[in-house]
Ligand binder design. Structure first.
Ligand code: CA
Length: 391
């Protein structure tokens, strides 16, 4: 037995020093987790991995070669379909959302909007097995390895603690998982058992996921009853202060010529910053302390704008008043899917239509644009959509 094991280890070493070093790294992770109280039974099942997950490594090094315009990003995340479905989900989970709003003081439309943007209301939570993904990132990537190791340990402890079984640890390649995509360390710190069954299960329990999101936003500084954002209009050619952190009272913004989107005056002392994500000729937004709480969920202003706007739309507010400064607006998810079908019908080989605009779709769009005598942008916008017969 002993000699067989040694033989196997030797063979691996001879075959590939990288594989052997990966395996010894994983063995080290198991030992460290065991010392932190995770059982051998859990570890043997969780870290039954002999080579890095190549897909995770690939995803972790992808540089976004395509800068998404803000109007594309919002057209995708806040389309009519998501607004309608969001309203239906809010009716269905009304008592949970109201209970979370009461207990944590966080507006229920914002809680639901996080859910809608993160996983399309629980439908797209990711398919990477977290222990393998995080072990891969710890042992085979060369960036942020101590961060990934911490996330791996946190994930294993959630299982050890009895919050989740191993087979629920599926999420994004970078470790975010569950209905509202917490990373394991955040889960460990801030998840709550909101349905009262004794376990914090943000994968299968909508109540636990929504309660935990409310708790997150509360801890991020949410102020009960205050605004998060509203659309405004700035004077033509505005070149005054902007930025989330450049906050001033509404009365100061009024002096600078800023009005509500419908032209009505601003007043009051609430502190807000001005965002002009597409410059002074596009929609403007005054954003408040609660916007910063939403921002902290994913550290991106476009993300916080999408959550804020989806919350408003689900609450019954109209679409943005000021159009984006483009003659080629973005597409909804349904239109993206339709665009792919139109490309396939024209003979472009982009695989199956799935509504996800990847490199193959972008190449086909650029080719179609060229064929139609349009500048080849590769972007899934309204112009190519119409040109191919979409409506
Ligand atoms: Ca629970």
């Amino acid at each position: 037995m002993r000699s067989t094991l040694l033989g196997a280890a030797l063979a691996v070493t001879l075959a590939s020093p990288a594989a052997a070093s990966f395996q010894s790294c994983v063995a080290g992770l198991k030992q460290e987790a065991a010392q932190q109280g995770v059982s051998r039974a859990i570890l043997d099942r969780a870290l039954d991995i002999s080579a890095p997950d190549e897909k995770v490594l690939r995803l972790s090094t992808v540089q976004p070669e395509f800068k998404t315009p803000i109007w594309d990003y919002l057209a995708f995340l806040v389309d009519e379909e998501r607004v309608t479905q969001g309203r239906a989900m809010m009716r269905r989970y009304d008592s949970i959302l109201r209970a979370a709003e009461r207990q944590f003081g966080v507006d229920r439309f914002v809680i639901a909007a996080v859910w809608g943007v993160e996983t399309d209301f629980g439908q797209e939570a990711g398919s990477s097995f977290l222990p393998h993904a995080l072990a891969t990132l710890t042992c085979a990537s060369n960036r942020r390895t101590s961060f990934w190791k911490g996330e791996l340990m946190a994930a294993l402890k959630l299982v050890q603690r009895g919050d989740l079984s191993l087979d629920k640890l599926y999420g994004s390649w970078a470790g975010a998982f569950g209905q509202t995509q917490f990373i394991p360390s955040t889960y460990q710190r801030l998840a709550v058992d909101f349905d009262g069954d004794g376990r914090r299960d943000l994968v299968s329990s909508v109540a636990d996921a929504l309660g935990s999101t409310a708790n997150y936003l509360k801890r991020a500084g949410w102020r009960q009853g205050e605004s998060w954002m509203f659309e405004v209009r700035v004077p033509a050619g505005y070149n005054g202060p902007t930025g989330r952190r450049n906050k001033a009272p509404l009365s100061t913004w009024a002096q600078r010529g800023v009005t509500r989107a419908d032209g009505s005056p601003l007043s009051g002392g609430a502190q807000a910053g001005l965002l002009l994500p597409a410059g002074p000729n596009g929609p403007g937004f005054l954003v408040f302390r609660n916007f910063d709480a939403i921002y902290s969920y994913n550290q991106a202003e476009s993300y916080a704008l999408a959550i804020s706007h989806l919350a408003d739309r689900m609450a019954g507010y109209p679409p943005l008043r000021t159009p984006w400064p483009t003659d080629d607006p973005g597409l909804s998810r349904a239109q993206r899917l339709q665009l792919q079908k139109l490309l396939i019908a024209q003979g472009y080989d982009i695989g199956e239509a799935d509504g996800k605009i990847g490199p193959a779709t972008r190449e086909a769009i650029a080719a179609a644009e060229q064929r139609l005598g349009m500048p080849p942008t590769g972007r899934a916008g309204n112009r190519i959509y119409r040109a191919l017969g979409g409506r």
